[in-house]
Write a protein that binds this ligand. Structure first.
Ligand SMILES: Cc1cc2nc3c(=O)[nH]c(=O)nc-3n(C[C@H](O)[C@H](O)[C@H](O)COP(=O)(O)OP(=O)(O)OC[C@H]3O[C@@H](n4cnc5c(N)ncnc54)[C@H](O)[C@@H]3O)c2cc1C
Length: 480
């Protein structure tokens, strides 16, 4: 039997929390589904909220509202639960979930039936998709060596498990996230050998001054990161790129090169830095699997990556489906929060409730959305991903780690006549493995250089969005 609610929110990051609070305060019956143990998403999960401003529609105020609404049963909050499918059910939308909480890990039965009680079906008039994003790595020789990891991976290792990725770490790639990762590592006692930034933010930020000044609220964060780097005398190398990770059975160093404005290495500028871990990041990729199941239209975001297309009310091209936060384009945590507020207000109106946000408040929030989007566009223009990274991959560099597909096989697919991402996937197997292209899609797109919008991963339909045990699916068939 499907459970019914007015609004199902998928993802409890800044966007999902904001949407849930506004919809529930407006009188909607809300179900909030999230993979994590606690609300907060990538940015706030595990954060000390007492140190944040807690007023009005700030995140800390929304989070404490959410606690109250959950206690009052106005929000049915389901942590440790994955939404693995989203489909139409008559006039409503149906979310299929798999939760680990209800099983009680210790009391879990053994044998083929052990996944029986894991699955659930939720029907909602409106679904808010707020599933965020994941890291965008790009391959280079040696990137599969143990000790080389994404920035998000390094962050969650340190913040979540309290384990350092290494004693001496090189942080490389592009974007302000490198500074956040370096600051976290320093704070937890690692030595950061260098921050290696492929762009030139000094020149770039002068050019993007108008957009970047929209985000002056983030200047505090930036100042904190820069002060940490200065205190620990960490070199910040602009216009440099890691062209190879060195080592036999784990990373022992990196080869760097100075690069031109398109990221082509400049001959004669190479040098080696010793380290026992490398954290690499080239921005983020929006999580689109569930949106693709309903065929929601996508666009290219300001960073060139695919994102769900939304209008000013956060409505997608699919009736009943709203989206907010990084799912609609990589824009940072403040953009996610204010988009979530708008989505919550729209969901209330779609559920025939008066929105808890007054028209004046909603107008202010919409102006904030525009402001943070301008800031995001300024950041992406300052820290673009340039084509020159393709120069340092070798024919034998693995692109798809799951299926162990080297660059040569992707290029062979193009030579054989593949003209779109799907054909490359079928010919080379890149993107067919366990992670379903999460790690390699951006790289394969870049190597092939196709200009169409259907990336290897983004626009493809998968009936099951995340890995689910067959036992869970089978029990759903029997019961459903
Ligand atoms: C790995 C990583 C690390 C980051 N670290 C920083 C940082 O240090 N500093 C910084 O300024 N910004 C950081 N960012 C960016 C920042 O986290 C985002 O701007 C912000 O979190 C966006 O909020 P959101 O609500 O859109 O998404 P998120 O905060 O990502 O929240 C999305 C939530 O949806 C859940 N979810 C996803 N898929 C499903 C599903 N199928 N079923 C159920 N739940 C699902 C996720 O578990 C997550 O809790 C990071 C981003 C990533 C991806």
């Amino acid at each position: 039997m499907a459970r019914d609610c007015d609004v199902a929110v998928i993802g409890a990051g800044a966007a999902g929390v904001a949407a849930s609070v506004v919809a529930a305060r407006s009188g909607c019956r809300v179900t909030l589904i999230d993979v994590g143990d606690r609300p907060g998403g990538q940015y706030y999960r595990g954060a000390d909220l007492s140190s944040l401003p807690s007023a009005g529609l700030d995140y800390a105020a929304l989070a404490s509202d959410l606690d109250r609404l959950v206690a009052a049963n106005a929000v049915d909050y389901r942590p440790r639960t994955t939404a693995y499918a989203l489909e139409r059910a008559g006039q409503r939308l149906r979310v299929r979930t798999r939760g680990e909480a209800r099983q009680g890990r210790l009391g879990r039965p053994a044998g083929p039936d052990r996944h029986r009680a894991d699955v659930d079906v939720i029907d909602a008039g409106t679904v808010v998709l707020a599933t965020g994003a994941f890291d965008r790595p790009l391959p280079f020789p040696g990137w599969t060596l143990p000790g080389v990891m994404t920035g998000g991976g390094a962050q969650s290792l340190v913040k979540g498990q309290h384990v350092l990725p290494g004693r001496r770490v090189v942080v490389a790639g592009t974007g302000p996230f490198l500074l956040a990762v370096a600051a976290t590592l320093l704070e937890h006692g690692a030595e950061v050998a260098a921050v290696v930034e492929a762009n030139d933010p000094v020149v770039g930020s002068v050019r993007q001054l108008r957009g970047l000044t929209s985000g002056l609220g983030k200047a505090g964060d930036l100042g904190r990161f820069i002060a940490a780097l200065a205190r620990h005398r960490v070199p910040y190398l602009r216009r440099h790129r890691v062209v190879e990770a060195l080592g036999d059975d784990r990373v022992t160093g990196v080869r760097l090169a100075r690069v031109d404005a398109d990221w082509h290495p400049i001959p004669g500028t190479e040098r080696v830095i010793e380290c026992d871990a490398v954290s690499v990041g080239f921005g983020f990729v929006a999580q689109l699997d569930l949106a693709a199941q309903l065929g929601a239209r996508t666009i290219r975001g300001a960073d060139g990556g695919l994102a769900v297309e939304v209008d000013d009310d956060q409505a997608t091209s699919v009736p009943g489906l709203l989206a907010a936060g990084e799912t609609t384009g990589i824009g940072g945590v403040e953009a996610a929060r204010v988009e979530g507020l708008v989505a919550g207000a729209t969901a209330a109106v779609m559920s025939d409730r008066a929105s808890a946000l007054t028209p004046a408040a909603l107008e202010r929030v919409r102006r904030e959305v525009a402001r943070w989007r301008r800031f995001a566009a300024g950041l992406h223009a300052t820290f673009p991903v340039r084509d020159g990274w393709v120069d340092s991959v070798r024919e034998d560099t693995l692109v798809c780690r799951c299926e162990e597909v080297p660059v040569s096989r992707v290029r062979e697919s193009v030579a054989l006549g593949a003209r779109d991402a799907r054909t490359v996937k079928l010919l080379s197997r890149a993107g067919m493995g366990w992670c379903q292209g999460r790690m390699c899609a951006a790289a394969v797109d870049g190597i092939c250089g196709f200009d169409d919008i259907a990336s290897l991963r983004g626009a493809s339909y998968r009936p099951v969005a995340v890995p689910v045990p067959l036992g869970a699916l089978a029990s759903e068939q029997v019961e459903g």
